[in-house]
Design a protein around this ligand. Structure first.
Ligand SMILES: [Zn+2]
Length: 293
């Protein structure tokens, strides 16, 4: 079974668990999981490394549910600018989205705080949310930061040192420039987290082990040298990873986010809710909560 397929199955599985938390029981879910012709044999294959699963499938799944699902959304933005590009949310739309969060009494938390809540299986009374920006685009500083500051919100920004240093261009360069270390330093001093999006944003699944290590090492070193920070948070370029890459990432960083869209918080691959230019305010409101259907 391929890693991608396995991840898909896990995600579907957790989605189902999430929607019907009162009916936990292996057979029940195996039955429902017939979506990809997944047999109970294949399912046990997926979880075969887990001793807990072998001995107590039901308890294992209950714990898996508690440890990986959190209703706290992680928003995934790229650029905030008025460029007509699907990845660029307009300043006006961003303003309205943040106003909505403020009016609804949402409070932003860091990924470190979120991890604590997930690990403690914590129930929270407050409305909490994590805001993330991929790629370190300049509009995050010039357009998003003033709005975030006004609302007392902070965010995590995943940067690509090679792009900051302007070594070579990228397709994203067509609609963005990237924040300087100076701007990132200012954000970091105002409570923003700066995470690694690797040194040069390559498809990680195409890399040999030594190349992968270099991408991670250089990413961390540049951030450390320029901002004086130990890198705690990671974001997979293009959402590309395998179980093996995920293990390496989990050993190195406190949290890692994926491009998978839902609420599961699988260690080393937290899912997020992606906000694009075409996301309407109504859609934005909807994706803050678990879908009903
Ligand atoms: Zn990216």
């Amino acid at each position: 079974m391929s890693d991608n397929y396995e991840r898909l199955v896990r995600t579907c599985y957790l989605e189902i668990l999430q929607r019907e938390p009162d009916e936990l029981g292996l057979n029940h879910y195996v039955k429902q999981l017939n979506i990809g012709n997944i047999s109970s044999l294949q399912l046990s294959e997926i979880f075969k490394d887990s001793i807990e699963y072998k001995h107590e499938p039901k308890n294992f799944l209950q714990n898996e549910l508690k440890s990986t699902i959190s209703k706290i959304p992680i928003l995934n933005y790229h650029e905030i600018s008025d460029q007509n590009n699907p990845w660029c949310v307009s300043s006006n739309a961003f303003l309205k989205q943040m106003k909505f969060l403020k009016d609804q009494n949402y409070k932003t938390i860091s990924l470190t705080e979120l991890k604590k809540i997930v690990n403690n299986h914590g129930d929270v009374d407050e409305k909490l949310i994590v805001i993330t920006f991929d790629d370190g685009c300049d509009g995050v500083y010039s357009n998003a930061y003033p709005i975030l500051k006004n609302n007392n919100f902070t965010a995590t920004i995943y940067v690509i040192p090679k792009w900051i240093e302007n070594i070579g261009t990228s397709f994203e360069g067509q609609f963005s420039t990237y924040m300087s270390w100076k701007k990132l330093k200012e954000l970091s001093e105002h409570g923003f987290d700066i995470g690694s999006h690797t040194f040069s944003h390559k498809w990680l699944i195409t890399l040999e082990n030594n190349e992968l290590k270099k991408e991670l090492d250089l990413g961390d070193e540049y951030i450390k040298d320029n901002l004086g920070l130990d890198v705690k948070h990671f974001c997979y370029p293009y959402g590309s990873f395998t179980e093996q890459i995920q293990k390496i990432v989990v050993d190195r960083y406190d949290t890692a986010v994926s491009t998978i869209r839902n609420f599961s918080k699988i260690t080393g691959a937290y899912s997020r809710q992606r906000i694009m230019r075409f996301t309407s305010l109504d859609e934005f409101k909807k994706i803050l909560t678990i879908p009903e259907d």
